[in-house]
Design a protein around this ligand. Structure first.
Ligand code: FAD
Length: 502
């Protein structure tokens, strides 16, 4: 199935209307284009190639299942889309077809105050959910930078990373179970054991991970049971400035291992990131030239423990060359973590010209010891890219911790791209650079992605290299569960599953 279905057979449209009602089936051009776009960079010059043929907005699990059955009957692709904020093109309908917009599944079905869980539709966003939970003194602590705009279903589809995951875990830990529509249309409950509210069982296969992070290629999550925590009494988010990256890097390693139970995460900003923030017109942290790196830590919990943990981290940072930036900058910048990325829509060309630039980031999962080497090699790739075309700008690197070990640093390079100037030639340069970023992560024992996924052009080529035999198992599973290749086809090189049997 490689044709792109940007137009839908009237018979398919009719079947969809009969299944979920006229009002929730939309075929007009604006609605279709609106749901083809994902965050930059996107080959804007080729946008028209990626629009769906029709948009459907189901309101129940049964309606989602009916749509998937129709897609199978007519052999039409179906692509789940939640917030559309995914950074690996997951929600882009590469083959057109039916765009399954899941935003109507936004009900909070149950809040279980005793067992500290809630059951919600997959179209709920974390901001709105926490407004309701807050009234009960609870939080759902999945806290990505896209907190106000990504939805629970998209978090499951990508298996996302939470910025306070060092304390509370990430999406995979916080989603206990979910209702899932398989590519056949069959509805199953995915989770540990038979109970929707369990997080540990030894009964049967553990399939929860399989149905997370698959980017909509193995079906659709429609309802989820989530683990809740007490709303923290206190939050502390100190920021420190360092005069060298090496000092900041050492301090982060020690902060992580400081044995503070309330530690929720730390982030290191490298010199290129600090320089970008300094020269950007909307910089949050305009620090003097002597500042080369920044570190921030977050502590969440009860007041006594947060205070004591804060004192300990302050001492470690100070003893290792850090200067505390004060309460105002610290609290303000941590509070801005959810909208930091909305502002940098302008960048500078090498000639210093200010131009509108879309934001993009490449992420990888690597260990603490590999962070400096990966950082250096990634900036070298960016330097070559910027020399080859002035539409690219290096906006620096963040590295986020994940708990008290050296495992799983989420390293992310931010890149500005002048989208209006993006043409086939520049797109190819970008795709090649993405392949190089991925190769570096793998060469250092890491993974192409810590949270966004790795199905975008360029990086996807190296997925079989990273996964080895596991990639072959992925092909077998995909073919077994989706024999018609209707679920989000064209992603993750999974078309190979079907080439093999021909
Ligand atoms: C400004 C910004 C900051 C970000 N910060 C972070 C961050 O800190 N941490 C992080 O992890 N990510 C981050 N991201 C990436 C993105 O927000 C996450 O990947 C998020 O999980 C995507 O959710 P979504 O609802 O937008 O999903 P979408 O983009 O709509 O979908 C993502 C993928 O999941 C599939 N999918 C969607 N819904 C379902 C469903 N119900 N069932 C099965 N599959 C489904 C889609 O087909 C697609 O492949 C950021 C993105 C932006 C734009």
């Amino acid at each position: 199935m490689s044709t792109v279905l940007t137009e839908i057979d009237p018979e398919v449209a009719e079947a969809l209307r009969a299944a979920i009602g006229d009002a929730h089936v939309i075929a007009d051009r604006a609605a279709r284009f609106h749901r083809a776009r994902v965050p930059a960079p996107f080959p804007v010059h080729r946008w028209a190639e990626h629009v769906p043929g029709i948009v459907v907005l189901p309101g129940t699990t049964a309606e989602v299942a009916a749509i998937v059955v129709i897609a199978n009957r007519f052999g039409v692709p179906v692509v789940p889309r939640s917030g559309g904020t995914g950074l690996t093109d997951g929600a882009v309908p590469l083959r057109g077809g039916i765009l399954l917009d899941l935003k109507r599944l936004d009900e909070i079905h149950e809040i279980d105050l005793e067992n500290r869980t809630c059951r919600v539709g997959a179209g709920v966003n974390m901001l709105k959910l926490n407004e309701v939970l807050g009234k009960h003194g609870l939080i759902y602590p999945d806290d990505p930078a896209s907190y106000p705009c990504s939805l629970v279903g998209g978090r499951i589809g990508t298996s996302g990373w939470s910025l306070i995951g060092s304390r509370y875990g990430h999406t995979r830990d916080l989603v206990l179970s979910f209702t899932h529509v398989l590519p056949s249309g069959q509805v199953i409950q995915v989770g540990d054991g038979g109970g929707a509210k369990l997080s540990k069982s030894s009964s049967g296969y553990s399939l929860k991970q399989l149905f997370m992070g698959h980017q909509g290629t193995l079906g659709v999550a429609t309802e989820a049971t989530l683990k809740l925590y007490d709303k923290p009494e206190a939050e502390l988010s100190p920021f420190w400035a360092f005069e060298s990256y090496e000092e900041a890097y050492r301090a982060v390693g020690l902060i992580v291992r400081a044995n503070c139970a309330t530690f929720a995460g730390a982030v290191i900003f490298d010199p290129e990131k600090v320089a970008y923030l300094r020269r950007d017109d909307e910089a949050y942290i305009p620090q003097p030239e002597s500042v080369r790196a920044l570190v921030c830590a977050a502590l969440y919990g009860n007041e006594e423990e947060v205070e004591a943990g804060g004192r300990r981290l302050m001492r470690i940072a100070r003893d290792h060359g850090g200067t505390y930036l004060g309460d105002e900058i610290s609290q303000g910048d941590w509070a801005a973590r959810h909208d930091r990325y909305a502002t940098p829509l302008h960048g500078r060309t090498r000639a210093g010209q200010v131009v509108p630039m879309g934001w993009h980031c490449e992420d990888a999962s690597i260990n603490y010891t590999a962070v400096p080497a990966v950082r250096k090699e990634w900036h070298e790739i960016m330097a070559r890219l910027c020399r080859a075309s002035e539409i690219f700008d290096d906006w620096g690197i963040f590295a986020y911790t994940n708990g008290p070990t050296g495992a799983d640093y989420l390293v992310e390079i931010d890149v500005g791209i002048w989208e209006q100037e993006l043409d086939d030639e520049a797109w190819q340069l970008w795709v090649n650079a993405k392949r190089e970023f991925s190769a570096v992560a793998i060469a250092h024992g890491g993974s192409i992605s810590a949270c966004h996924g790795s199905c975008r052009e360029g990086e996807v080529d190296l997925v079989p290299t990273e996964l080895g035999g596991v990639f072959d198992v992925m092909l077998t599973i995909k073919r077994a569960l989706d024999p018609g290749n209707i679920m989000n086809p064209g992603k993750y090189l999974l078309d190979r599953a079907y080439e093999e049997v021909e």
